[in-house]
Design a protein around this ligand. Structure first.
Ligand code: RRO
Length: 296
């Protein structure tokens, strides 16, 4: 397997990371203590659970269905809103990326203003597949992606935009974010999905449908990263089903400068040490040599 050499720090879209492996939004990102634990377990950076303009309890349960090689969730954007600032204030100076959402550009700008001091940068969540009025309803319209990204990029902080695969052209959405001043694109959020209990004769999740993550979506994520790399000139962060060092290299060959790990963390936070132990072993080539190399 190809291995990488790790420089002192890795800079992606204006954010300095300790390595190329980042905790994805939604998993272990609800408290400052859990985010810090993930950093101490070897993650190069961490993304918080998505924070919005008002506190939200989330969808009624069951909210998570664990399948063979995949997970479907419909958490429903549960978050404490502005109170979350207290969780990450003690982590100031660490590579903590605040995932934020809103229903319009004004709400995005308002939520961003709370984290200006504490976060290293923002990840705009315009891609949750089951968020009425938020999420993919914004992220599937390039004009709305542009307006919301613009509102936060005016802060001058690094802005990553997390995109949905549930669109005809992810490249059009990525290009809109790039035009609006995004410093990186993150691909992908979860894939719209549902299962039905044949015993109960009704959907397994309380919300009906949800978002699919885990091994099953890795090829979808690779194709989305590939399409964004062809269409855009800002860095791409690959996310979706990454669970091994070889997956990281494959994402990079498609065009990712770093990767986020989500569902695989559910099997243990030591995933960061496990992957980096393999990824950075041996002499290793520079990431620059690998990123996008499969396009040539
Ligand atoms: O909270 C959720 O239900 C959720 C979010 Br915010 C998201 O971005 N993606 C997802 O699959 N679930």
């Amino acid at each position: 397997m190809i291995t990488l050499n790790l420089k002192d720090s890795v800079s992606v879209g204006g954010i300095d990371l300790k390595n190329h492996l980042i905790l994805a939004a939604g998993v272990l990102g609800t408290t400052g203590a859990s985010l810090n634990r993930v950093l101490e377990s070897g993650a190069g950076g961490v993304v918080t659970k998505s924070i919005g303009p008002y506190p939200k309890e989330g969808h009624k349960g069951p909210c998570v269905q664990v399948l063979d090689g995949a997970v479907i969730n419909a958490m429903g954007l549960p978050n404490p809103s502005r109170d979350f600032t207290e969780e990450i204030a003690p982590l100031k100076g660490k590579p903590v990326i605040a995932s934020i959402f809103g229903a319009n550009p004004e709400e995005f700008a308002e939520v961003a203003s709370w984290f200006m001091d504490s976060a290293a940068g923002f990840e705009l969540n315009v891609s949750c597949p089951h968020a009425e009025g938020y999420g993919a309803q914004i992220g599937s319209d390039p004009d709305l992606v542009y307006e919301c990204t613009r509102a936060v990029s005016k802060t001058g902080k690094p802005v990553w935009v997390k995109l949905t695969p549930n669109v005809t052209s992810i490249a059009d959405c990525g290009a809109a974010a790039e035009r609006a001043g995004a410093s990186a694109l993150v691909a992908i959020n979860t894939v719209r999905a549902m299962r039905i209990s044949t015993d109960l004769r009704k959907p397994m999740l309380g919300n009906g449908s949800g978002g699919l993550s885990g091994d099953a979506i890795f090829p979808i994520a690779v194709k989305c990263v590939w399409d964004l790399y062809e269409a855009c000139d800002i860095p791409i962060v690959g996310c979706g089903g990454v669970s091994s060092a070889d997956n990281v290299i494959e994402m990079m060959m498609a065009g990712a400068s770093a990767v986020e790990i989500g569902s695989a963390v559910l099997n243990g936070v030591d995933i960061f040490e496990k992957i980096s132990g393999e990824l950075y072993s041996g002499d290793g080539v520079s990431a620059e040599e690998i990123v996008g190399c499969a396009h040539e």
